[in-house]
Design a binder for this molecule. Structure first.
Ligand SMILES: [Fe+2]
Length: 278
């Protein structure tokens, strides 16, 4: 297994709109998350950006390509490319989602939730273990937001997330916005969800903005973080203590200074609320 120096504080998701600004101004950000799928299999300028940023900042790799919950065989081509990138750029953390994104080589652009059953938990945990063995590193598994549920589920999402992390012996990337969005959409208690999370496996938090569609919330990552998500983040920090936290903003990407303001708010909460942590 590869070991790297830990990160802390609030990082920002690196987006192409800010490449030049970040290289030129070297803003005081403790780390950046890169959407690694955008770089895999590319040479030239795209690879040079990744090389440059890896020399300037600690990086984390975040992907959607493992499709860990799928019934298709693991995509060895994707894992090979990811492994190569991990060895070359030495990210501090590597994460993907607890979801499936396709079947029989037909892919969708949604991160689809799993049925929350014993069988599905073992299925996805076995695949996570295979992926971790192949990559030579433990991964962080992120909880996704969802808009549908399966009648076959016989445990809650929170129970399923916690169970899979233990079965797979992987870490957890707790997306606070995703918990809030799913809690609203499926009418469950977000704080009860937090109470079921395996504290010692949480290695990172994500924060993002959703879009209010009246009868449901849409996880768009296209606007500022909403007040109830900040409140839930405070609850999480009180409960778990500080963890590296990321500002995720993928659509309608604003000026870098807006992301820095959001990061500043998160830093303040990390500083203030961690003292209440048990
Ligand atoms: Fe996220």
């Amino acid at each position: 297994m590869i070991t790297r120096d830990p990160i802390s504080g609030v990082g920002i998701g690196l987006r192409a709109e800010h490449y030049e600004y970040v290289k030129r101004e070297r803003p005081s950000i403790p780390w950046f998350e890169v959407l690694i799928d955008n770089y895999l299999g590319h040479g030239g300028q795209i690879q040079r950006h990744l090389q440059d940023f890896s020399e300037l900042y600690p990086l984390t790799f975040h992907g959607v390509g493992m499709s860990l919950g799928s019934c298709d065989p693991l995509n060895k081509t994707y894992l090979d490319l990811l492994k190569q990138a991990i060895q070359t750029y030495q990210p501090v953390l590597v994460s993907d989602h607890l979801c499936w994104t396709g079947f029989q080589h037909e892919y969708v652009h949604d991160l689809l939730p799993m049925p929350y059953t014993e069988e599905a938990a073992h299925h996805v945990a076995d695949r996570i273990k295979q992926a971790q063995d192949y990559l030579g590193t433990q991964i962080l598994l992120e909880n996704v937001s969802s808009y549908m549920q399966y009648q076959i589920s016989d445990m809650s999402e929170a129970e399923f997330v916690a169970y899979v992390c233990v079965l797979a012996d992987c870490h957890l990337l707790l997306d606070i916005n995703n918990i809030y969005v799913s809690a609203f959409n499926h009418r469950f208690d977000a704080n009860e969800y937090l109470s079921l999370m395996p504290t010692d496996r949480i290695q990172e938090f994500h924060l993002a903005g959703y879009e209010d569609q009246d009868d449901h919330l849409l996880d768009t990552h296209g606007q500022a973080i909403h007040p109830p998500v900040w409140e839930l983040f405070k609850d999480a920090i009180k409960r778990f203590g500080a963890r590296p936290t990321l500002i995720e903003w993928d659509n309608n990407v604003p000026e870098f200074s807006v992301l820095q303001q959001e990061a500043g708010k998160a830093e303040l909460i990390l500083d203030q609320e961690q003292h209440y942590a048990a």
